[in-house]
Design a protein. Structure first.
Length: 108
């Protein structure tokens, strides 16, 4: 496993642990409450996430590889951004066989 992959795995483990702590304290995760994204939400996101969510929207249902091809960024970077958007409640993540697909929940 490459050093980048190991770091990504550690980051994801830490985020999962934080979500568990938040739930244990009685707060709900944004992942539990899918929400719509409007222009104010979109503009409040960092430009890197804006590019990712707009690309995912244009593709309708896409893997991180497909998003990376459109954005011109590395797949691992897009995977991080897509997972962050899932945690924020803007994307849905679904495993189909060996691939994971991301889809924008609602956009207006």
């Amino acid at each position: 496993m490459s050093e980048v992959s190991q770091r990504i795995k550690k980051i994801e483990e830490r985020l999962d642990a934080l979500e568990g702590t938040i739930k244990a304290l009685g707060f709900s995760s944004s992942r539990d409450q899918p929400r719509s994204i409007n222009m104010n939400d979109l503009l409040s996101l960092p430009s890197s996430l804006q590019k990712t969510i707009l690309t995912a929207q244009s593709l309708k249902d896409a893997t991180s590889n497909e998003v990376a091809e459109k954005t011109g960024r590395d797949r691992t970077v897009e995977t991080i951004y897509l997972n962050q958007l899932v945690r924020l409640g803007y994307l849905n993540k679904e495993r189909r066989g060996r691939k994971i697909y991301f889809k924008v929940l609602q956009y207006y």
